[in-house]
Design a protein around this ligand. Structure first.
Ligand code: CP3
Length: 345
């Protein structure tokens, strides 16, 4: 990693240092809120675009150019490694990932083989091209966490209550752990490849883990998320662990092996800092719908978040979940400028 990247505000905050300004990036900063994204994606299915090096590079760069954010997040999707090993699935616009043959029996586990570097050359080529183009701006690689991916694989698509997922978890724990172990291996392999090709941080997205009690999270999920995070422990990059509605799980998500815990908007960052303890930095946590309010309200909430973030070991400003497609890009641009100008202490 170049020295300029290592001293970037984003990586410094992840390490628990106090950079000259609060670093900021946005989950889903690349995507449907940007007219330039809609233009290059026209007529190209989502998953196809994830396997086209030129598009991955262009779409990843778009928000960096427009907003001057402190980190780029690699344009892809959590189901890309599954697709790469041949799982029959698609991303349906307005719905999300849909799996043709949902996994509910041991005989179906064979679908989940190991990921080989050749399966994702389009992705690793894009990572290399991006690292060149980004210069001093760090690139964040990512993967879906075992619980969130298991939910798509078992339900066959998005689910509100994760009923079939929990049914399998409670009624066939051996199959459950075998399935999560396979997904965890795949996630670890995918993250390693991204870092080996130049990503300077990784984020593990466990978007739906908030559906679990702390007890069930610890029993059925945390060990597998720990497997993914430990797969990149020797590579010396910050590991961010994020979920939605995970206020009660923040401590356990940190203990799974994270350097930075991502927080949604429901828990103020000073309280989140108490829950994760002094060893880990925080990322978050503006409610993405606040961006639909007046600028004064956005600024007032952003100021509260920067102030509350001082209680944490380090703070990376972000939204509490992804940018909503209807968001005005100018509101995000103003937010970046406001956070950058806000005094750090
Ligand atoms: O900018 C970034 O954050 C990087 C790109 C990114 C995408 N998906 C692109 C995408 C990332 C990090 C993801 C992760 C992802 N994908 C998660 C975890 C993060 C989260 O939001 O909780 C999840 C749960 C998925 C599964 C998924 N893929 C959903 C729910 C959807 C939305 C479906 C819809 O149309 O409403 C997708 C599709 C998707 N992934 C889009 C993008 C830009 C939209 C595709 C399009 O343009 O039509």
């Amino acid at each position: 990693m170049s020295t300029s990247i290592a001293s970037s505000p984003f990586l410094a905050a992840c390490r628990g240092e106090r950079p000259a300004h609060t670093p900021v990036w946005f989950m889903r900063q690349a995507g449907r809120s940007l007219p330039e994204y809609l233009k290059v994606r026209e007529g190209i299915p989502m998953l196809e675009s994830c396997f086209r090096t030129d598009l991955v590079v262009e779409i990843t760069m778009q928000p960096v150019r427009r907003y001057g954010v402190d980190a780029a997040i690699f344009f892809s999707d959590i189901v890309v490694p599954l697709k790469a090993i041949g799982v029959d699935l698609d991303i349906v616009a307005g719905t999300g990932p849909v799996v043709a043959d949902p996994i509910r029996s041991a005989a179906q586990l064979d679908q989940l083989r190991d990921l080989e570097p050749d399966d994702v050359t389009a992705v690793t080529d894009a990572v290399e091209a991006l690292v060149d183009e980004l210069g001093g701006t760090p690139l964040i690689g990512f993967a879906g966490a075992p619980f969130t991916l298991a939910s798509y694989l078992i339900e066959g698509g998005p689910s509100r209550d994760h009923r079939r997922t929990k049914e399998l978890m409670y009624s066939d724990p051996d199959l459950w752990h075998a399935l999560l172990d396979r997904i965890a291996r795949l996630g670890g392999q995918f993250l390693r490849l991204q870092v080996e090709h130049g990503a300077s941080a990784i984020q593990l997205f466990d978007s739906w883990a908030g559906a679990l009690s702390l007890q069930d999270y610890r029993t059925y999920v945390q060990p597998h998320s720990a497997t993914v995070l430990s797969a990149v422990a020797d590579l010396n990059v910050p590991r961010i662990h994020f979920g939605v509605g995970t206020g009660e799980l923040l401590g356990a998500m940190g203990e799974a092996g994270a350097d930075v815990v991502g927080v949604d908007w429901r828990v103020p960052l000073d309280e989140a800092a108490r829950r994760v303890g002094p060893e880990r930095a925080l990322q978050g946590n503006l409610d993405p719908t606040v961006l639909f309010g007046p600028t004064e309200v956005v600024h007032e909430r952003a100021a509260q978040i920067v102030e509350a973030g001082r209680a944490a070991r380090g703070h990376v400003f972000n939204l509490g979940h992804g940018v909503l497609p209807a968001t005005d890009p100018d509101a995000l641009a103003r937010l970046v400028d406001y956070v950058h100008a806000y005094p750090v202490a």
